[in-house]
Design a protein. Structure first.
Length: 487
């Protein structure tokens, strides 16, 4: 095995930090417009980030753009880490700054589109900071690497494909065009277009333009950061609930399939097994929650019950995490239902977290085959998805993924219980951060906050958010000895 090309890794980190500095100019302009006193924080953050990125790129500008599998894992993980570190600068430099721990937690939560927050008074934050929280969710939703591949032609080769596969979620990645750069552009085109349409629709409702822009960013990114502490409950608007629920639902579908549907190929969208499972799960969970709420009389009308149930189911399964209803206050049955939805999440190739429904489909079919083999041990039954046989290697990888997923969930829960959190809070918070949801259980539920968690717990959950967004192996493989061996 060839030696890891460290120079190209540092070169890419430098380029991406320069790009992040450019992104920071947008909230800087917002801060200047509203004059809340956070503009100097963004200006200084831009200078620090641009200087660091420019220096790295200059020093390693002659490094050859040769990216293998090992370099791709290192580049993706390093860039997400450095984006988080420099993305937290505005939180550290603003008036009434956050601690380094809280700033890192808020930054990684935004970038991974988790939406878990340590803020207990969101409205008190400057407009520039609120915009930056939502903007980094927009960036992280579709993916930093995916955006880079779309912008930089130099990555439109085999190395770009390695990077693409290291960041995009799910067990299979559909290419819309022969060149990976063209595929990235198409995906970002759909993503940005839907965000713009949603922003316009929200402006037509009771939201102010600033709130509409921020919520459009965090909705399509399925991030869930809001400009209000009460989240969507602040507006108490059926219009807002329905509009955001519809767009959140679409954000949970593979964007490659959404692109095909937009271009007229609806058959590909609705013939996809994962999409059908996603629709059936949303309908089934909504009916269960609606029946439970209606039977216990926790809402005033059937329409409100159905709307709140649908909105809460969609926001949880897509890992968006807006507060529409408080499932913790509804009772343990409802909390259990939503924790189950958190585990698998929505579709691969979307902006959502969780283990993904495509893995659930394969596991369900493989389990069915194992039951059949118990009676007919000589039967050869391949697992088929969308009419295509799934190889044994892919099934084995999925089983390993679920095992590691559960192990991380258990380990995180143990650490948090050791820090004094209840079992409900520990398990719910770890699952929420691992699946990039936001709200957990107990005090970290939909109306709660992560502010009370000790610093060690916040760093633990920050790491869990990162490995959850990059689907475990991309990050955890760096901690294996054989990854670093040259032969």
């Amino acid at each position: 095995m060839a030696k890891i090309n460290v120079r190209v890794i540092l070169k890419f980190i430098g380029m991406l930090l320069c790009m992040e500095a450019v992104f920071m100019l947008v909230p800087y302009i917002v801060a200047l417009i509203y004059g809340d006193g956070d503009a100097p924080a963004f200006l200084l953050s831009v200078l620090i980030t641009a200087f660091t990125g420019g220096l790295l790129f200059y020093l390693f500008r002659n490094a050859r753009n040769e990216v293998g599998k090992r370099e791709s894992y290192l580049i993706v993980t390093s860039i997400w880490f450095f984006f988080t570190v420099f993305g937290m600068l505005p939180f550290c430099l603003m008036p009434n700054p956050l601690s380094i721990t809280d700033a890192f937690f808020e930054s990684v939560s935004g970038l991974t589109t988790t939406g878990a927050s340590i803020l207990v008074n969101v409205e008190a934050m400057p407009h520039g900071i609120l915009f930056w929280r939502s903007f980094i969710q927009l960036i992280g939703g579709m993916g930093i690497i995916l955006l880079t591949i779309a912008i930089l032609p130099m990555l439109n080769h085999q190395g770009g494909l390695f990077l693409f596969n290291s960041e995009v979620t799910g067990i299979s990645h559909e290419k819309l065009k022969p060149k990976i750069g063209e595929t990235s552009k198409k995906l970002w085109y759909v993503y940005v277009s839907l965000t713009a349409i949603l922003c316009l629709l929200l402006c037509l409702g009771p939201m102010e333009p600033f709130d509409a822009v921020c919520h459009a960013f965090s909705t399509m990114a399925t991030g869930g950061f809001s400009t209000k502490q009460a989240s969507l409950n602040y507006w108490n608007s059926a219009y807002i609930d329905y509009v955001i629920t519809i767009f959140t639902f679409f954000a949970g579908i593979n964007f490659a399939l959404v692109y095909r549907a937009v271009t007229g190929d609806f058959k590909r969208l609705f013939s996809n097994e994962e999409t059908r499972w996603y629709i059936f799960i949303v309908i089934g969970a909504t009916l269960v929650v609606t029946a439970g709420l209606y039977a216990t009389g926790q809402n005033d009308s059937f329409e409100e019950t159905l709307r709140v149930s649908l909105a809460q189911v969609v926001t949880v399964i897509t890992s968006t995490g807006y507060t529409v209803g408080d499932y913790v206050a509804w009772g343990p049955f409802f909390t259990t239902v939503f924790l189950l939805l958190m585990f698998f999440g929505a579709c691969a190739g979307s902006t959502c977290g969780g283990a993904k429904i495509d893995r659930l489909v394969v596991l369900a079919k493989n389990t069915r085959n194992e039951f059949f083999r118990a009676i007919h041990p000589n039967a050869i039954l391949p697992v088929r998805v969308n009419g295509k046989a799934i190889s044994h290697e892919v099934v084995s990888k999925i089983l390993a993924f679920i095992l590691v997923y559960v192990m991380v969930l258990i380990a995180g829960s143990i650490i948090l219980t050791a820090l004094g959190l209840s079992i409900e809070e520990s398990f719910g918070s770890t699952l929420s951060c691992l699946s990039n949801i936001g709200p957990g259980a107990g005090a970290t539920g939909p109306v709660g906050s992560y502010a009370f968690i000790p610093n060690v717990g916040k760093w633990t959950l920050s790491f869990i958010m990162l490995i959850g967004r990059l689907e475990l192996f991309t990050v955890l493989i760096l901690f294996t000895s054989y990854f670093w061996k040259n032969s």
